[in-house]
Design a binder for this molecule. Structure first.
Ligand code: FES
Ligand SMILES: [Fe+2]
Length: 355
């Protein structure tokens, strides 16, 4: 599978990489191993020893932050350089080096650059609401392994009309089918805004708002940054009030391809708006309930549907989808992504400079 390479991917939540652990993860079909060096800095390298190509994940992290291959004991520094050969004269061959990757700890995620050129941190999309010192009340930082290609999840997120059916009662309902939809583009990013008026609130919206089941106005404003970083800004307010008196939530849906058939789906939601202050802000049990409901929707409802959809698409490669108006956002995203991947494969410089 051809992936966009000259961009940042969220490998994992920073808090998940514990000092002393070797964490194996396949990203873009490449097996990698992650650990923290002696100074606590996160490191990513190929999960393959240059001696006999044994996986380094089966080795050991030494107290000085070196990784020791579990097969014949070569030791490597965080730079990937082999610094100890315990055999014979101790001579280290010139090509005895492990490939490493740029890794940046930003917005509480570890972002990896697996492409060419000089990685530019400013290309990491803005998820600053997740920062440790952000004013937002952030819920559980979760990762779901989805059994589908990341591009079907982009389609899913950029057309939230599916919530009325696939997430009926939880994130949508029969009254939220109709929405005023606007699709806009800024650079390579696409935003789909859906506004719904005077509708019965789905469970999560009701919990986040007044919990009285009374009709509400609500919006979803979802923005995609290629290849898979999505921010969903949602809000709920009473029909007879100004939009400023709302209860809202920011949700990240950051998709990292693991293989052609699996995706790491990093997600976390945070509260915002004046009503958050009176509706359980800081209440850990309440935040956990919202996190569980979100995970249920993505893992138990989206994932089986997308996996089965993928199987059908692969079974019928020549069939073109019969597109609807609600597909305008997803189609725009996929065209942009196709263009970026095609451009990247024609030029060797980073895509951001090439286009
Ligand atoms: S395979 Fe790693 S030291 Fe031999
Ligand atoms: Fe969904």
């Amino acid at each position: 599978m051809t992936y966009l390479k000259n961009c940042w991917y969220a490998a994992m939540w920073s808090e998940k990489l514990k000092a002393g652990d070797l964490t194996a993860l396949t990203l873009l079909d490449e097996p990698l191993v992650f650990f923290r060096d002696a100074a606590g800095r996160a490191v990513a390298m190929d999960d393959m020893c240059p001696h006999r190509l044994a996986p380094l994940r089966l080795g050991k992290l030494l107290p000085d932050g070196r990784i020791q291959c579990g097969y014949h004991g070569l030791e490597f520094e965080a730079s990937g350089e082999c610094v100890k050969n315990p055999h014979g004269s101790g001579k280290i061959p010139k090509n005895c080096r492990v490939k490493t990757y740029a890794l940046v700890d930003k917005h509480t995620l570890l972002w990896i650059w697996m492409g060419q050129g000089e990685p530019d941190e400013s290309l990491i999309p803005d998820f600053s609401y997740l920062d440790a010192d952000s004013p937002y009340d952030v819920g559980r930082r979760d990762t779901i392994t989805m059994e589908t290609n990341y591009r079907y999840i982009v389609d899913n997120l950029m057309d939230l009309s599916h919530a009325s059916f696939l997430h009926d009662g939880v994130l949508g309902n029969a009254e939220t089918i109709w929405a005023e939809i606007q699709v806009t583009q800024a650079g390579h990013s696409v935003t789909v805004q859906r506004d719904m008026y005077n509708v019965a609130p789905p469970l999560v919206r009701d919990l986040l708002f007044k919990r009285d089941g009374a009709p509400v106005n609500m919006w979803q404003k979802i923005t995609w940054h290629p290849p898979g970083a999505v921010l969903n800004d949602v809000g709920t307010y009473a029909p007879d009030t100004e939009r400023t008196a709302f209860s809202g939530q920011l949700g990240c849906h950051i998709l990292t391809p693991s293989t052609a058939d699996t995706t790491l789906y990093h997600t976390a939601a945070a509260r915002q708006g004046p009503i958050a202050a009176i509706a359980n802000e800081g209440d850990e049990a309440f935040k956990l309930r919202i996190a569980e409901l979100r995970r249920f929707a993505f893992e138990e409802q989206d994932d089986p549907m997308l996996k089965a959809q993928q199987e059908n698409i692969r079974r019928h490669p020549g069939v073109k989808p019969a597109l609807l108006e609600v597909d305008a956002g997803p189609v725009r995203c996929q065209r942009i992504l196709d263009g970026l991947i095609a451009a990247e494969n024609k030029v060797s410089e980073p895509v951001a400079e090439a286009l």
